[in-house]
Design a protein. Structure first.
Length: 261
């Protein structure tokens, strides 16, 4: 078991020797203490409340807390000059998902079409970056770290939920759904999952074209696939799209950047 003060589960603690990364005055590391975990939980609540108008039934004071946090590996992007946490991702390994009872995404989607992937499939979630750091360096650090983490752990697949705010009445969800439907039609070999609480996509016709959210646009550039219709998350006031990545799908530019040849 991890030593006292560590926030990682026993299954996840074996990754503590992960070396971390640095770029542009930012560092990427793993959260190792309760204090670090609390910092990123405060960032999550602030960002999600501001950007999405999310409510947090399990919040503890100024922190976004849920039952999966203790089982996850938490990436932390820190501005070294200010000693301030400015970005985070959490990763649930397949081993930790067994101990936790399920993936977080299992509550939003029927993941049975991905059953053959589960032993090599990590789940990512709670992605957020401070508004002043959304110029590229922080997200590239997070993605580089995730790619290296997966390679070191022998994980081939990544799944997650990409949340789209409903503050605009569904216009952005409609744009993502148009893109997703076209992608899924062009890649019938990619498994598709079913939302357990579907967002009513049948009401999305008629919205004018708009921009894709930067995170989803970035996922698609990486080589990720949207693999199903969106689920409705009323607490976060979002429509959540299922994202799937096979490392074999990574765009060649990112494979080189991530040191994968």
């Amino acid at each position: 078991m991890p030593s006292q003060g560590l926030v990682l589960s026993a299954e996840s603690a074996r990754h503590l020797d992960w070396p971390g990364l640095a770029a542009g005055g930012l560092t990427l590391s793993l959260a190792r203490t309760e204090a670090e975990l609390a910092e990123l939980q405060r960032l999550r609540l602030r960002i999600f409340s501001t950007d999405m108008g999310a409510s947090f039934p399990e919040a503890e004071g100024d922190r976004d807390v849920d039952r999966f946090d203790p089982w996850c590996v938490h990436f932390v992007v820190r501005d070294m000059a200010l000693n301030r946490v400015v970005g985070t991702y959490r990763v649930l390994t397949p081993e930790a998902a067994v101990s936790a009872g399920r993936y977080y995404s299992d509550a939003e989607f029927d993941l049975s079409p991905l059953a053959a992937y589960r032993s090599q499939m990590v789940e990512v979630g709670r992605s957020c970056i401070d508004a002043g750091y959304r110029h590229g360096t922080a997200i590239m650090l997070l993605w580089s770290g995730l790619a290296q983490f997966m390679m070191r752990g022998g994980y081939r697949y990544m799944v997650g939920c990409a949340s789209v705010s409903l503050r605009d009445g569904g216009a952005t969800v409609a744009e993502v759904w148009r893109k997703a439907a076209a992608l899924m039609a062009s890649r019938p070999e990619v498994p598709q999952v079913r939302p357990l609480h579907p967002y009513p996509v049948e009401h999305l016709d008629g919205f004018p074209a708009t921009r894709l959210p930067p995170l989803i646009k970035g996922y698609l550039k990486l080589g990720c696939m949207i693999c199903g219709a969106p689920a409705w998350d009323p607490d976060f006031h979002t429509a959540d799209f299922p994202i799937l990545l096979d490392l074999a799908w990574l765009d060649a530019r990112y494979r080189h950047h991530f040191g994968m040849g």
